[in-house]
Design a protein around this ligand. Structure first.
Ligand code: SF4
Ligand code: SF4
Length: 76
């Protein structure tokens, strides 16, 4: 089972897939995506639910399919 984090009702982050490349950070019009270093010293993203509008602009930016829309089938 993948480690999923609910960002808001429409977007989920599958943190196991995130490589910390930052491509999704720059595209977010709400500045809701931030990179941080987890306890294993791995860079991953966090989406602030309060800021995220659920526009979905970040989803196609991730080549690793780490951001998916709610209800979407896993592509990998
Ligand atoms: S584009 Fe994908 S791999 Fe890159 S930081 Fe965003 S979620 Fe992680
Ligand atoms: S769905 Fe839109 S507002 Fe939410 S994190 Fe992605 S780009 Fe930003």
């Amino acid at each position: 089972m993948y480690n999923r984090r609910m960002a808001n009702e429409r977007v989920q982050v599958i943190t196991d897939r995130c490589r910390g490349c930052g491509a999704c950070v720059t595209v977010c019009p709400e500045w809701a995506v931030t990179l941080f270093t987890d306890r294993n010293n791995r860079k991953i993203i966090r989406i602030e639910a309060a800021k995220c509008s659920g526009c979905g602009d970040c989803i196609p930016m991730c080549r690793y399919h780490a951001i998916i829309s709610e209800g979407e089938e896993d592509a990998e």
